[in-house]
Design a protein around this ligand. Structure first.
Ligand code: SF4
Length: 226
């Protein structure tokens, strides 16, 4: 008889989630150029506005995993494709998770789109930085939990050859609608928009960057680079 570990729900106080302006500028496409004073002030005030309504919640489960040429068996679902299988090679367990900043952030952005489209764009970038930061918090917690192992960088549906459609069974296996209010559109996009779903391998080798941020990491020869 196979024993499946239950889904765990976590909630994190919005004030404890670090939202770094430099990351917001990056999501706004500023590259290496500096923001002017007006944009800097708008980003700072948008971070505060976002924090006021955000509710960071996540649900996750740990599953056995077995990667093969055809794809990856994750016990509760089968993920086709070579890219995830490569990312998870050598891992015998993986974490499946979904995380969200909550429905109020969606409503806030929609209200902002009506009164100030440019402020809505900034708020959108703030939301992206915030949900990624929440995912970093989750991964750091798991990293401590699995001492002696390394985490692979999180791999989301739609990346590489992992089909976006896998969002359906992934969220279902996490009971994400019921537990944290994350649903899917007909185009397999998550609602609230500021949500992430991903698969994280647990192996004897893995990511050594503290934030698992391949774009900001200079380990160019890393076999796990996304
Ligand atoms: S390239 Fe850097 S951030 Fe990306 S997986 Fe490798 S060590 Fe981690």
């Amino acid at each position: 008889m196979s024993y499946r570990k239950p889904v765990t729900v976590v909630e994190q106080n919005a004030n404890s989630i670090e939202i770094i302006p430099q990351k917001v500028y990056r999501y706004l496409g500023l590259g290496l150029s500096n923001p002017d004073a007006q944009l800097e002030a708008l980003v700072n005030s948008s971070i505060e506005e976002f924090r006021e309504v955000a509710r960071f919640r996540a649900c996750y489960r740990i599953v056995p995993c077995q990667a093969s040429e055809k794809g990856t068996d994750l016990d509760v679902l089968f993920a086709p494709g070579k890219n995830l299988a490569k990312n998870l090679s050598g891992c015998d367990q993986a974490i499946l998770f979904a995380a969200t900043a909550g429905l109020e952030t969606e409503r806030q952005r929609k209200r902002k789109e009506i009164i100030s489209p440019s402020s809505a764009l900034v708020l959108d970038a703030v939301g992206t930085a915030a949900i990624e930061s929440f995912c970093d918090v989750l991964c750091n917690t798991w990293r401590k939990e699995f001492t002696g192992s390394f985490l692979r960088p999180r791999f989301s549906p739609g990346y590489g050859d992992l089909p976006l459609e896998i969002q359906g069974p992934l969220l279902e296996s996490l009971d994400a609608k019921q537990l944290i209010g994350v649903t899917l559109t007909n185009a397999y996009l998550m609602l609230p928009q500021k949500s992430v779903s991903a698969i994280v391998g647990i192996g004897k080798t893995g990511c050594i960057h503290p934030e698992q941020d391949c774009q900001a990491c200079n380990k160019t020869n890393c076999e796990f680079r996304l």
